[in-house]
Design a protein around this ligand. Structure first.
Ligand SMILES: Nc1ncnc2c1ncn2[C@@H]1O[C@H](COP(=O)(O)OP(=O)(O)OP(=O)(O)O)[C@@H](O)[C@H]1O
Ligand SMILES: [Mg+2]
Length: 245
C-alpha cells in the first residue's frame, strides 16, 4: 500500500482464522492502521489481494467489507456526537416503525434502545444510559460504545471478522478488563479478530498469535505461547532481526 510516495505496507502477507485473536503490534507509523483500513475497504491496496473464506474479494468501500462480514472499529472513532448511545449502536440498521398512514419511515427509538440493551447485556458490556448523547461521554466511554457497536454486529455471525484499532487506548482498568473478556467471548463464538494495540501485556493475555510490523514490513508472526515480552519489544523497535530475513 502506497500513499503517494510513502510505502506504508510492503509485501505483507497476513491471515486470521475463525475463533482466533491475532495481535498486530508495531511502533507509531509502522502501518497497523493502514493494514486494517485496506482490509476494511477504506483504502484500496496499490497491489495484492484479499481473500475472505478463500474467495478473492475487492472492497471499493467499507460497505463492501461489511457485506463480507468484516466490522472495523476505528482508532479515530467515527461516532455521531450529537446522537445518543442507542442511535449510534443502531446506525445503518435502524428499526423503523409505521407512520400514521402506514408508511415506514420513523425510527423506533424505544425498540432500538431495547435491542441495544439486550445485546450489550449478552456481551457483558456496560455503558452509560442509552439516551446519553455521545458528545457528553468521556473518551473511554466513547471507545466502549464504538467497540460495542462493532461487537454487536459480528456477534453470533460464525464467519464474522472484527478489526480493532487500539480499542483500549483510552480505557481505565475495569473497562480494559471488560474489553478483554468481550474479545475472548467473541472469539469463542467463532469470530476472527485482529487487535491492534500498544499494550503488550494486553496482547499477551488476549491474543492467540502475534504479528509485528516494522516500517511497513511484517517482521514476526508467532503463537503467543512461543514468544515473550523481550522478543516482541525487539521486533517492534527493530533491535531484533526479522523472522523472515
Ligand atoms: N492518509 C494518509 N496519507 C499519507 N500517508 C499516510 C496516511 N495514513 C498513514 N500514512 C503514513 O503511512 C504510514 C503508516 O501509518 P499508519 O497510520 O498505518 O501507522 P500505525 O502503525 O497505525 O501507527 P500508530 O501506532 O501511530 O497508530 C506512516 O508513515 C504514515 O505517515
Ligand atoms: Mg494507527
Amino acid at each position: 500500500m502506497h500513499y503517494g510516495y510513502v510505502r506504508a505496507l510492503d509485501s505483507i502477507d497476513i491471515e486470521v482464522h475463525q475463533g482466533e485473536v491475532l495481535g498486530l503490534l508495531g511502533d507509531n507509523g509502522a502501518g497497523k492502521s493502514t493494514l486494517l483500513k485496506v482490509m476494511s475497504g477504506v483504502h484500496q491496496p496499490t497491489s495484492g489481494e484479499i481473500r475472505v473464506h478463500g474467495e478473492t474479494s475487492t472492497f471499493a468501500s467499507p460497505a463492501d467489507s461489511t457485506h463480507a462480514g468484516i466490522q472495523m472499529v476505528y482508532q479515530d472513532l467515527a461516532l455521531v456526537d450529537a446522537q445518543d448511545i442507542a442511535t449510534n449502536l443502531n446506525l445503518g440498521r435502524e428499526i423503523l416503525r409505521k407512520g400514521p398512514l402506514g408508511w415506514l419511515g420513523f425510527v423506533d427509538h424505544r425498540a432500538q434502545r431495547r435491542r441495544s440493551t439486550d445485546e450489550l447485556a449478552k456481551l457483558g458490556v456496560r455503558t452509560a444510559a442509552m439516551t446519553r448523547p455521545v458528545e457528553m461521554l468521556s473518551g473511554g466511554q466513547r471507545q466502549v460504545v464504538a467497540l460495542a457497536r462493532g461487537a454487536t454486529r459480528v456477534n453470533g455471525e460464525k464467519s464474522g471478522i472484527l478489526l480493532l484499532d487500539e480499542p483500549t487506548a483510552a480505557l481505565g482498568y475495569e473497562q480494559t478488563q471488560q474489553v478483554q473478556s468481550l474479545i475472548r467471548s467473541l472469539a469463542e463464538q467463532g469470530v476472527a479478530c485482529i487487535l491492534v494495540t500498544h499494550n503488550l501485556p494486553l496482547a499477551m493475555t488476549v491474543c492467540d498469535r502475534i504479528a509485528v510490523l516494522n516500517r511497513g514490513r511484517k517482521v514476526a508472526d508467532v503463537p503467543v505461547a512461543e514468544t515473550d515480552n523481550d522478543q516482541l519489544v525487539g521486533w517492534i523497535t527493530g533491535a531484533r532481526p526479522s523472522m523472515f530475513g
